[in-house]
Design a protein around this ligand. Sequence first.
Ligand code: ATP
Length: 581
Amino acid sequence: MRDALPIAGTGLLRSYLRQVARDHRRALVGIVVLHGAAAAAGLVVPWLVGDLVAAATGGGENATIDRLAAVIAACLIAQTILTRYARLRSAVFGEVVLARLREDFVDEALTLPIGVVESAGTGDLLTRTSRDVDTLGWSVRFAVPETVVALVTAVCTIVAALLVGGWVAVPLVLGVPVLWLATRWYLKRARDGYIREHASYSQINATLAETVEGARTVEALGLGDQRRERIDADIAESYAAESYTRRLRTVFFPAVEIGYLIPVAGTLLFGGWLMAEGSITLAELTAAVLYVRFLIDPVDRLLNWMDTLQVGATSLARLLGVAEVPDDRVASGRTPAGEEIELDAVRFSYVEGREVLHGVDLELTAGERLAVVGPSGAGKSTIGRLIAGIQGPTRGAVTLGGVGVTELELDDLRRRVALLTQEHHVFVGTVRDNLQLALESPGGTDDDRLWAALDAVDAREWVGHLPHGLDTMVGSGGHRLTDAQAQHLALARVVLTDPHTLVLDEATSLIDPRAARALERSLSAVLEGRTVVAIAHRLYTAHDADRVAVVEDGEISELGSHDELVARGGSYAALWKSWQS
Ligand SMILES: Nc1ncnc2c1ncn2[C@@H]1O[C@H](COP(=O)(O)OP(=O)(O)OP(=O)(O)O)[C@@H](O)[C@H]1O
């Protein structure tokens, strides 16, 4: 089970929203005022229609009727114009808030400790970056403005209805219990229902993807029927989940409709009785009925958007939660007094209770070249990650010039120690962008420096032959680079960063052996003068190194030069012998 990234609690959510409201107070007030004015302009209409009906039925003058009709038209035009500006302002406000949230999220995500991302799985972070940002975007763009409009309109309509006569409160209040109870009943069940429904879709997808990806295994082991049963079970669960939410809706929507009709019917009956009593006029009754009828629309919209807002709030909580991941390093401000790296009784566990390094001691002198070899899963990469300060040791110490590697600011550490793995991502952008990533202040880099770095890794020629040289677009959708070319770019970045220590984690193992050999030859000039820890699959790397560390079962079992270890006749000698044959 992976440790999911945290989800922000209600407290943090509220304080974030309060902060947004404080920062954008003027914009928010402007939006509410504009929507209020638009609603007010629209709400004068029923009043005037009431007068119009009274004037028409009471034999009023034509001039009065014309004047009332003209004012009604003017109000409707004013309402349209005001609504246009209110919506524009709301949309701009939504985009501004969303942009800020996205920027905050990217800032937080980029500083997440790699160890945390790994243990949470990139899937969680990706879902938050894509689905949650989309869901929240939908809420902020549509649900929030629509809710504000509906709320302001509803409040204005109620006020207008009450201005016609306090008696309208009676039929209005009659509808509240039904709406209140129906909504409470629905909301209590809907969230879990929809979560279950969405989880069932994910499960169907997961089972299908697993079956398709493992099709050969399924066929080879005759698992077809079993997989079919799994998928049938997933579909049955999805059907049950959908039936449940459908049942909720079939109760909720009719109940809400009744809740809407009660006030309208009540106003007609109660108002009709009052009119018969002579307490109110026909104009007042008409206006009151129209207002109460008007109220249905904003209330209906409010209830409809409530679900979306709830889903949006969940996404916001997931996005804000990323900020709650504690830092995995605290900069102490100390400066390393040299380039020597020391591992002192280092123990490490990725998962509590499952130690993978059991007390590793190692001293690296500046400029030394160490090859780390050993069986798969022995802990070689873990040692490399600890030297590069990706994570701190669980016990013991990893120091650089006497200072713990995780005591250094990450940027500072990367300028001193870099880790180069076999995953070479080519970022979408130009070749120049991909190289400048390595630089502290990429802006003013002259091309000569970039070409020199490309030269150092033997990449000048192929980059020179690209359609637009350094300006060629690469990465997804751009010019396709081979694995070796992607690796060249990664190596050129290392040259630009110029760290004194380099951890190469099987950096060339994905490339075919000839290309790897060529790359390593060109690399050796780059590695000159640096401390290099090469985690190696190919033993010629070990042969060329100053010293070799053999890692077995989370410990360094042998340490010495190639010749010494071969002479010793231990694990390394056996490995070397079998590799040569
Ligand atoms: N992120 C992780 N979470 C949990 N366990 C891990 C993680 N990474 C590695 N391990 C475990 O730690 C142990 C050491 O792994 P490591 O990758 O350091 O070995 P290695 O010697 O580099 O192996 P290989 O040559 O196969 O890459 C293994 O048992 C591995 O399963």
